[in-house]
Design a protein around this ligand. Structure first.
Ligand code: PPS
Ligand code: ADP
Length: 206
């Protein structure tokens, strides 16, 4: 990881370069540190797909880690809500954590709504070229709302929950995702599409 990957820092803070590099760690893992960034509406299937893919990769001996929106908001981002500013800060922090994990040589799967194009681009720009793979889980709002596994759409429609993505706040769909998935297809088919993409990009070198 290089100093220019970070934000401007105090002149008195100097970047340290260490003898073991990302490339060394990737050689050990036999795959490239990469982020698979799942984005989509609440209920679109991000967590389900990321979990299914992680299970397959893990069984194949790939070192993975899944960062999940709901879980992050119990810890590192527990101070944040759902205003535009808080979502921006949420995604910036997730991006920084993902960047460290990529530097560690892991295949990172993230499941965050990440509704704004600008923040998704910010995370892409934090990472080495080609190491951010944007996966759009494209499930119509009506389908997500019918699924409603946590009853949140119902609360949003009744006005009990404000700033709910797709109801009273924006979701900016990716214009050129690396992979565009129809979130109504079978999970096994979608997992297959993801594995094909990892093959095409030669992310894993077993
Ligand atoms: N107002 C509002 N809007 C959207 N989602 C809400 C809201 N309040 C709570 N939740 C729950 O929080 C999960 C989304 O968190 P994220 O960190 O992924 O959101 S974001 O990327 O910062 O927009 C989201 O999880 P998923 O359903 O898994 O996407 C919801 O369970
Ligand atoms: N491809 C799919 N087909 C049918 N149901 C799905 C599919 N993917 C996810 N689901 C279901 O939809 C609901 C929301 O999925 P989840 O992965 O929690 O979405 P998200 O993480 O985007 O909020 C869950 O009940 C899950 O079982």
């Amino acid at each position: 990881m290089t100093a220019d990957a970070g934000r401007p820092v105090d002149d008195n803070v100097v970047w340290h370069t260490h003898p073991v590099t990302r490339q060394d760690r990737e050689g050990l893992h036999k795959h490239q540190g990469t982020v698979l960034w799942f984005t989509g509406l609440s209920g679109s299937g991000k967590s389900t797909l990321a979990g299914a893919l992680e299970q397959v990769l893990h069984q194949r001996g790939v070192s993975t880690y899944l960062l999940d929106g709901d879980n992050f908001r119990h810890g590192l981002c527990r101070d944040l809500g759902f205003s535009d500013d808080d979502r921006r800060e949420n995604i910036r922090r997730v991006g920084e954590v993902a960047r460290l994990m990529v530097d560690a040589g892991l295949i990172v799967l993230t499941a965050f709504i990440s509704p704004h194009r600008a923040e998704r681009q910010l995370v892409r720009d934090m990472l080495p070229a080609g190491r951010f793979i944007e996966v759009f889980v494209d499930t119509p709002l009506a389908v997500c709302e019918a699924r409603d596994p946590k009853g949140l759409y119902q609360k949003a429609r009744s006005g009990e929950l404000r700033n709910f993505t797709g109801i009273d706040t924006v979701y900016e769909a990716p214009q050129r995702p690396d992979l565009h998935l129809d979130g109504e297809q079978l999970v096994t088919n979608l997992t297959g599409r993801l594995l094909d993409l990892l093959d095409e990009r030669v992310i894993i070198n077993f």
